[in-house]
Structures are given as structure tokens and as C-alpha cells.
Design a protein around this ligand. Structure first.
Ligand SMILES: [Zn+2]
Length: 406
């Protein structure tokens, strides 16, 4: 069976046929032409019309065959569209936008790039890195144009650091159960960043938002209050826990410095013990803490305060939680531990929007997993020097976007 016969019996494009197929310099070229009397279709509105002119020959990279590169060769026609009142390139069924890859290849590359590094994808499909980027870009663009966001009611706003140089991206997730997905990525973590999201989302969808969960970051909370009028603002419990953990670690580091001259401190190498929740400690770590307790350490005191705060989340109502907080706050500010006092005051100041969790039980816990995924994408994609590329990589992997049909 000749290759042309195989092609004809496995792929068909309505109105087009395979004219010829040949091997040249280690590459397979497949020539395509329109069927006789086939009218071209407008790529914008889909109306049929007569041919205005025929452009020069173009190539589309297709899936390799036995690792041999394959190209479709075709001369696109232009149509004087009666409906659009202009001259438009015809609709080409294997093509997607301006991308010079076939739809089938775009879909394969974009799907693989959701789980593999772009470099690996390029190797597996015998294409180059730029072609992978173009494929992901086209697929994401199509996915964004075809996604439905009309029912989005709960948002989680978070940040991820890109590279080591304090370069941040703001990520906006949909928080609904079973529908956690990345909705938007923007550069920086400022007011301006969130403003561009709000502009993109538009007043209609903004007014539908019922709840927003984010860190106690004034840049975010100010914008949420101003532009999402119907949303309950909830400061994320996981971020609060992280801030308290950081305070405990500050106490530990200061204590190590204090005892520097007294030889090896028993605190060295204990960082992760103090960050864990007590029920997650291993048997060895429990004994370790027991020993450290006897040493009457500041770090141990800070850890106890951190552990006590967790009772706050177990409360049933905002009223009960507020009472619980008062008890904790007094203990924290009288602890004589500066970092603990500081975080206690900070929580007190933001308490109103922390208590909202008891009426609107949302948190960014689920996005933590997504954020870890984002970090690993950022990490394994060493070639993402441009933020724009990083953004499409994240949208492709985490946006739950549909892929274009073949
Ligand atoms: Zn048209």
C-alpha cells in the first residue's frame, strides 16, 4: 500500500484531497489541494464564497512518521467574503490561527507539555523548542476563547515566585469544589497586577463573585473591596499559618544567635520540627521536643503559642472564634517574643476578614497543590526567561482548558 493510499484512508478533510506525497532530504511532504468545484469558506464567519486569489505555497508541520518529519504543503486561497465585507483567508481544517503546525500536532504537543518539560516534548516529537512553544500558545489561546467562566463565584488569589530574583506572578484560581482551575496569571504582586485582572474579568463577571480568599496583603485586599462589591473577603488560613510559622522560626534563629558562644546549640537542625503540627510529629521528634522543653527555650514557648492558635480554626462560629482569639492574643503579646507579638498584632488588625471564614468556608489550601505544580513547572522549564512564556505554560498545565477538536 502506498503512503498516499494510507493517508487517503485514514485522514480526510472535507473539500480537500491529498494530491501527492514524496520524500525529499529526509522529510516527507504531503501536497494537498481543494476538491474540484469546492468553494472556499471564510475563516472568520464560515460563509462560502468564490475564490479571490491563491497565495503562495505554505508548509504545516505534522506529526512525524517513523521519526521522519512530515509537512503538509498547500496554497491557501482568499475569499472576498460577502458577509465580512473584506478579503479573508479561507478556513483551512488542519490549521489553527497563524500557527504553522497542524492541529493534530498542536494538540499532541500541548497535551504532552502539560506533564512533561517542553525540552522533553520537543525530543519525543522530533520538533524544536520554539515549535512546542507555538503549539502551546495556540492551544491555550483556543482554550481561553472557548472556556466557560459564567458560573465562577469563588476566587483564590495567590502569588508564586518565578526564579530566585524576587520576581513574582499573581495567580487567580477558581475555588469551587471539583472545579479548581487556574483562571489568570499576571506579572508582579501589586495593586496594578490585580487591576489588570479586574479589567480582564470585566464588571459583569466581577459582580458575580461571592467570595475571595487571599493573603493579608493590602495591595490585594484593597482592590478586592473596591472592585468586587459582592464578594466576602476571607484572609487565607494557610497563609496565616505560614506567617505564624515564620515567626516561630525567627525566634529559633535569634535564639541560636544568642547561644552562639555557648557551643553547639540544641536548636540546630530542629527547624522542621517546629514547623510541623504536633499530630504530625514522628516518635523521634516528639522525644526531641520533650528534651527541648526541659531546656526552657524561647523557641519551645513560641511553638506552644503557634499550636494554641490552631484552636481558633476549630471553632464553630465567628463569635466563639473571636473569644478564642482574645485569649490567644493576650498570651502572645505577653510572651516577650518579638516576632510572635508582631504577628499577633497583625492578626488582630486583620481579624474582621479572618473571621469571615466561619460564614464563607473557603481557603487556598487546594491551590497549595496547584502552586506546587506551578513551582515545578517554573523549575523544570529552565528556558522560560520570558514571563509571557511562563504564563502560557501555567495556563496550559493548570487551566483545565479544552483542546481544539481535530
Ligand atoms: Zn466572512
Amino acid at each position: 500500500m502506498r503512503l498516499l493510499s494510507i493517508l487517503r484512508s485514514t485522514i480526510s478533510f472535507k473539500g480537500f484531497c491529498f494530491e501527492d506525497c514524496f520524500l525529499s532530504s529526509g522529510t516527507i511532504f504531503i501536497k494537498i489541494r481543494p476538491r474540484k468545484n469546492n468553494k472556499c469558506l471564510c475563516s472568520i464567519c464560515g460563509c462560502s464564497g468564490s475564490t479571490y486569489d491563491t497565495r503562495k505555497q505554505r508548509l504545516w508541520r505534522h506529526l512525524s512518521l517513523w521519526h521522519i518529519p512530515v509537512y503538509f504543503v498547500y496554497r491557501p486561497r482568499r475569499i472576498d467574503c460577502y458577509n465580512c465585507h473584506k478579503i479573508v483567508t479561507e478556513s483551512i481544517p488542519w490549521s489553527l490561527g497563524k500557527c504553522r503546525l497542524t492541529r493534530s500536532l498542536i494538540i499532541e504537543l500541548a497535551r504532552s507539555a502539560r506533564i512533561l518539560s517542553w525540552k522533553t516534548v520537543a525530543e519525543v516529537y522530533n520538533v524544536n523548542w520554539v515549535q512546542v512553544r507555538n503549539a502551546v500558545h495556540s492551544a491555550v489561546q483556543w482554550g481561553l476563547e472557548h472556556r466557560d467562566t459564567s458560573s465562577v463565584k469563588l476566587l483564590g488569589i495567590d502569588e508564586i515566585s518565578q526564579r530566585k530574583h524576587h520576581h513574582y506572578l499573581t495567580v487567580v484560581y477558581e475555588l469551587c469544589p471539583g472545579q479548581k482551575r487556574l483562571l489568570w496569571v499576571g506579572e508582579g504582586r501589586t495593586k496594578a497586577t490585580l487591576r489588570s485582572f479586574i479589567q480582564y474579568w470585566g464588571p459583569k463577571r466581577c459582580s458575580q463573585i461571592e467570595g475571595v480568599c487571599c493573603d493579608m496583603w493590602d495591595a490585594y485586599s484593597g482592590m478586592v473591596r473596591k472592585h468586587l462589591p459582592n464578594a466576602v473577603l476571607v484572609f487565607d488560613k494557610f497563609h496565616i499559618a505560614k506567617h505564624i510559622n515564620e515567626a516561630v522560626d525567627k525566634v529559633r534563629r535569634a535564639e541560636i544567635r544568642e547561644h552562639k558562644n555557648e557551643g553547639a546549640s540544641e536548636l540546630k537542625g530542629t527547624r522542621y520540627i517546629w514547623l510541623k503540627n504536633s499530630e504530625n510529629l514522628s516518635e523521634k521528634q516528639i522525644f526531641n521536643i520533650y528534651d527541648l522543653e526541659k531546656a526552657n527555650l524561647k523557641t519551645h514557648r513560641a511553638w506552644l503559642i503557634k499550636e494554641t492558635f490552631r484552636r481558633f480554626w476549630k471553632c464553630k462560629t465567628a463569635k466563639e472564634a473571636e473569644l478564642q482569639f482574645k485569649i490567644w492574643f493576650d498570651r502572645a503579646v505577653q510572651s516577650g517574643l518579638k516576632p510572635i507579638e508582631k504577628i499577633a498584632w497583625m492578626i488582630k488588625e486583620k481579624l474582621k476578614n479572618i473571621l469571615t471564614i466561619f460564614d464563607m468556608p473557603i481557603n487556598n489550601g487546594a491551590t497549595e497543590g496547584l502552586n506546587n505544580k506551578a513551582k515545578s513547572i517554573s523549575h523544570r522549564s529552565y528556558g522560560f526567561r520570558k514571563s509571557e512564556t511562563m504564563k502560557i505554560a501555567l495556563m496550559n498545565a493548570m487551566g483545565k482548558l479544552d483542546l481544539p477538536p481535530t
